[in-house]
Each structure stands twice: as structure tokens, then as C-alpha cells.
Design a protein around this ligand. Sequence first.
Ligand code: HEC
Ligand code: HEC
Length: 298
Amino acid sequence: MIILKKLNRLIQKSILLILLISFSISTITFSQNNGEKIFLTVCRACHTIGQGKLVGPDLVNVQNKLTEDWIIKFVKSSQSMVKSGDSSAVSIFNEFNKVIMPDQNLSDTQIINIINYIKEKSTTVSTTDVVVTPPFTLINSLGFNLDQAGKEDVNFGRQYFTGEKRFTNGGPPCLSCHNVVKDQLISGGLLSKDLTNAFTRLNAAGVDAIISSPPFPIMRTAFTEKEITLDEKYYLLTFLKQTDKDAIYQHPVNYDKKFIYSGIVGVVILMGFFGLVWSNRKKVAVNKDIFNRQKKSK
Ligand code: HEC
Ligand code: HEC
């Protein structure tokens, strides 16, 4: 029996050891994360290196323009720098229509790796050329581009956005999440922003990039292995474009209000309904009868 117990302990210990080892191996490989990989998964949605501006500025040779320390601080929390009044941060923030660059939970080493990657990549592009961002085109599987989209397409887009229509790969509807995010933004004291004018602020290429590879951790996690298909993206973009154009779109705030109003209306209707159903109910306490009878019998 004792031998068996000892064996058991040994097995338990070795399992723990194996777990520990594999955990440290995975953290080692993660901390060795090269700059290129992070750049492509996180920064690329908004930045190019020598291909013109996207959502954010072209980062070609950014290391010559800004110090490493500055970049590290900015990548970790661009808004704290803007709020602290750092002149470079404020001016670039204003230049880019006050689009908030999301905070990145990266270590100094990881950011330095990214800067090294940018430095290396910058040598391969000619900076004397004036870079004009090529016009954005998205062609759906039927061969139509965004300008050719009709009412139907906008409507499909709305349905995908709200969740009326499910995404093929099971991603969550946009609306559900942006509500939550918005609430957090308000309570966090940040500028509240919705997607009504996303098209104007981010332009088609930016919105496309964000949907294709979300740079925001929460959104990225939600769509990991639940990629939005080309046609779904086409519908969403058509919808967001139209929304932006006529700005009559019920953005999250209005949805909230709608929910509240429909809630109130619902309660009123229900109360009326209960009132009807129980209109014949006894209006006095049940034992009142008994009480009266007893009073009489006295
Ligand atoms: C959601 C889009 C977005 C993502 C993702 C993003 N950025 Fe930015 N970035 C911006 C915008 C927009 C600006 C312009 C400043 C502002 O609006 O605050 C900016 C500015 C910068 C600047 C200042 C450039 C200058 O010329 O002053 C640096 C450096 C930078 N980003 C690096 C990064 C790095 C590195 C990553 C990836 C870890 C990254 N950004 C991810 C949107 C983004
Ligand atoms: C799991 C939550 C979640 C879901 C689902 C989600 N998003 Fe996001 N999205 C975010 C977060 C977080 C941000 C960054 C914070 C912010 O700017 O509000 C963001 C930002 C964006 C932005 C940039 C906003 C801006 O003006 O800078 C766009 C565009 C966007 N999302 C589009 C979509 C679309 C389209 C869908 C549906 C396919 C979607 N999102 C679904 C969480 C989500």
C-alpha cells in the first residue's frame, strides 16, 4: 500500500513538473516573440511601413523621428501621453482625426523588437518616393465592388451587424459587443465613440483592416478562428458606409434607449394585462369573509 501511495505521489509530482516545464517553454517562446509577428498581427491593421497612411501614420523610419522611449510609452498608452499634453502625441492625435490608438499590453522588449523590425523593413523601401495609398477596393464573390452595392446589400449588412443573421464561422454579432464596450468607455471616462462615422474617420481601408484582423484584444479574441467571410465583410462595409452617409443609423446609444423604452412599454402592457386577468379577483383579504361570518355568529 505504502509503495502504491509513493508511486502515486511520484506520478503527481512528475505531472506537475511536466506542466511547469511546458508552461515555461511556452512563455519563453512568447517572450521571444519577434517584432515582425507582433507587427503583422497587431499594428498592421492600422499602419504600413512605406505604403502610405492607413488608420494611423506610415511608420517608415519612425525610429529617426521619435525616440525609443517615446515610442514605448506611446504604444503602451497613447492616450495618457495625449492627456499629459506631450506635444508630439497631441499633434499626431489631432492630425489623425482623434482616432484613439488602442493601448497595447506589450513589454518593453517586445516593443523594441517591433521598432527593430520597422527599422529593418524601412531600409527596403525607398523613402524618396511620394507614397500614395492605393485606392481601396473590395470585390465580393459575385464581382461587385462597394459602389455597386444596393439596398439589399445594406440590409444584409445591418442583419449581420445586429445578429439577425449569423456569421458563417460563428463570430459574435457586432452590436452586442459594441454596446458593452461603449458602456465601459463611458465609465472609463474616455470619449465615447460608436461606429456611425467609422467610415469617415477610418476610411474603407481602415474599417476593412479592423474587421479582417482586429487590432483590439477583446475584438481579436472574439473573432479568433471565427473569421468573417469576404461576402460578410462586403455586406458589413456596405452597411457601415451607408450608415455613415445618412447618419440615421440607430447607433448603440439609441439601441440602449430603444431597449429601455420597449422595456417600459412592455411592463405597462403586462401590468394592464394582469389587471384584466385578475379584475374579478377578491378585492379584500380572504379571511375578511371568515372574520365577517364570525362577527355575525356572535
Ligand atoms: C486601431 C489602429 C491602430 C493600431 C492597431 C496601432 N496603431 Fe499606432 N497609431 C494609430 C493612430 C490613429 C495613430 C495616430 C496618433 C493618434 O491618433 O493617437 C498612431 C500613431 C502611432 C505612432 C506615432 C507615429 C508618429 O508619426 O508620431 C507610433 C510610433 C505607433 N502608432 C506605433 C504603433 C505600433 C508599434 C503598433 C502595434 C503594436 C500600433 N501603433 C498599433 C492607430 C493604430
Ligand atoms: C467582443 C467584442 C467585439 C465585437 C464582437 C466586435 N467588436 Fe469592434 N471593437 C471592439 C473593441 C474593444 C474595439 C476598440 C474600442 C473602441 O474603439 O470602441 C472595437 C473597435 C472597432 C472599430 C474601430 C472603432 C474606431 O472608431 O476606432 C471598428 C470599425 C469595429 N470595432 C468594427 C466591428 C465590426 C464591424 C464588428 C462585427 C463584425 C465588431 N467590431 C465586433 C470589440 C468588439
